[in-house]
Write a protein that binds this ligand. Structure first.
Ligand code: GDP
Length: 458
């Protein structure tokens, strides 16, 4: 899936990240390689031009952030542009209120995977809505039967039109049945032709006029590559398209069509078929696809922030201490100070999957960091090592509270925070993304394990 373009980009990414600060020539070189990767992926030429123009503009005016390698910045710019080119946001099926009937019409060329996709959609939505499927394909006698079988497989109701050929009658009966049986989502299949012609499009327009669907979707075979785009435009001229579905995305190595569709057709991609099975239909998520293409995801943003302020020397010193298994409250303090330097810890935490809701940003504000420092500084070296012991001694806590000019409540809060941090480290260890960030900071997995084991004991 998108293998060629992913390979092309990962090659570029490796090349640019290895180099330190990029010179003008290196940026030009990077842009040239990116253009080549896009051409090889068969992205539409207009779409490439726009992509490269935006890339140049952004690369040349990139903000200079201390300690962030220009290569990393470029990766981030490319990533964001990919998301933008793919459509920015995930756009799903537009369903009406469940008290009303939503009609969805599927169109496409024969063999595009239309009927299979319809069954996949029915399967996907059957838990949310009461689904009914109908075949309005009058060209292939077996079409009605095929949809009947697939609907049974999907576990949804099917309207059997039998020998009836009158479109108006069928549509009327379908809506009657839907009202009677409280079906609130109807998928209409239409005839596919091997070749697009005026007759086929006129027939589709006619069906659209009778059915008055809320959504009209076009199923396209990803393997058609660029050729799919003019086809989509012809369908768009015949019926108001709300979205596209790329079937057989699992077999598409180039990705050119999907990267050109927004520019060339201007209709959002809503789903992708990723296999023959009934459950192999995914929502089209530009961010996920961009991550897959670039192989870096939002780690880019995280690395930038971390890189901005993390004192590499300090990270190395800490890492060394960790290796020697000497991590203590002193180091915890050093770590807090480092996090503080990153600016808003909460914004970094919010980028980590699953962490955003667990950490209260109020607990990590500037003022509190200062208090934490003061409290730790008032502890004896012994207390900094034996946190649990300290936690159990009220008299020690009182002394530290006095010494740091705070109170018992604040000391307890700091301890609570320490244990939270301990938990956080454990989660960090399990977070693939965080692992990558810490690796960039000069720590490896065994360091992480040691930190979390050490903290676990306290
Ligand atoms: P239609 O003529 O447009 O209705 O096409 P069909 O629904 O009959 O599908 C044509 C072929 O494409 C069938 O063999 C499907 O199993 C296959 N197909 C459909 N969607 C996908 C997909 O997402 N991935 C793969 N690998 N095959 C698919």
């Amino acid at each position: 899936m998108l293998k060629n373009i992913t390979d092309g980009f990962s090659h570029i990414v490796q090349k640019i990240t290895k180099k330190g600060r990029l010179t003008e020539t290196q940026i030009q070189e990077g842009i040239r390689s990116i253009r080549l990767a896009l051409i090889e992926a068969e992205v539409n030429i207009e779409a490439i031009k726009k992509f490269i123009a935006k890339l140049k503009e952004k690369a040349l005016h990139q903000e200079i952030v201390k300690n962030v390698q220009a290569g990393d910045m470029l990766v981030k710019i490319v990533h964001d542009l990919l998301v933008e080119t793919l459509g920015q946001e995930k756009i799903s099926l537009n369903l009406k209120e469940s008290t009303q009937i939503t009609g969805v019409l599927l169109s496409g060329l024969q063999g595009s995977g239309k009927t299979t996709t319809l069954a996949k959609m029915a399967y996907r939505y059957k838990n949310k809505r009461d689904v009914l499927t109908v075949s309005l394909d009058f060209n292939r006698p077996a079409a009605n039967e095929q949809l009947k079988i697939l609907s049974k497989q999907a576990g949804v109701a099917f309207y059997d039109r039998g020998e009836e050929k009158n479109l108006k009658k069928i549509v009327h009966n379908v809506f009657q049945l839907a009202k009677r049986n409280a079906h609130n989502l109807i998928f209409f299949d239409t005839a596919g032709r091997t070749q697009i012609d005026e007759g086929a499009l006129a027939e589709l327009t006619e069906i659209h006029r009778f059915v008055k669907p809320d959504e009209t979707l076009l199923v396209m075979d990803s393997m058609m590559g660029q050729q799919a785009l003019p086809v989509a435009n012809r369908f768009k001229a015949a019926v108001p398209l709300n979205g596209l579905i790329f079937s057989k995305f699992d077999s598409d190595n180039r990705g050119g069509a999907v990267l050109s569709v927004k520019e060339v057709v201007g209709v959002p991609v809503k789903f992708i078929g990723v296999g023959e099975r009934i459950d192999e239909l995914d929502e089209f998520d530009p961010k996920r696809i961009a991550e897959r293409i670039l192989g870096m995801g939002d780690i880019v943003g995280l690395v930038e922030k971390a890189k901005e302020v993390v004192d590499e020397e300090e990270a190395k010193r800490l890492s060394k201490k960790l290796k020697q298994n000497k991590f203590d409250f002193e180091d915890y303090l050093a770590q807090i100070r480092q996090f503080k330097k990153m600016g808003s810890l909460s914004s970094i935490v919010s980028m980590m999957p699953g962490m955003a809701n667990k950490i209260n940003p109020e607990n990590i504000d500037e003022g509190e960091m200062k208090v934490t420092e003061a409290i730790i500084l008032s502890m004896t070296p012994f207390e900094r090592k034996e946190v649990i012991y300290f936690n159990n001694s009220n008299s020690r806590k009182m002394r530290v509270a006095k010494g740091s000019g705070t109170n018992l409540l604040k000391v307890n809060k700091v301890l609570k925070k320490f244990f939270e941090m301990k938990k956080m480290m454990k989660n960090f260890q399990n977070s693939r993304k965080m692992k990558k960030v810490l690796t960039k900071m000069g720590m490896n997995e065994s360091d992480l394990k040691k930190i979390s084991q050490k903290m676990e004991k306290r």
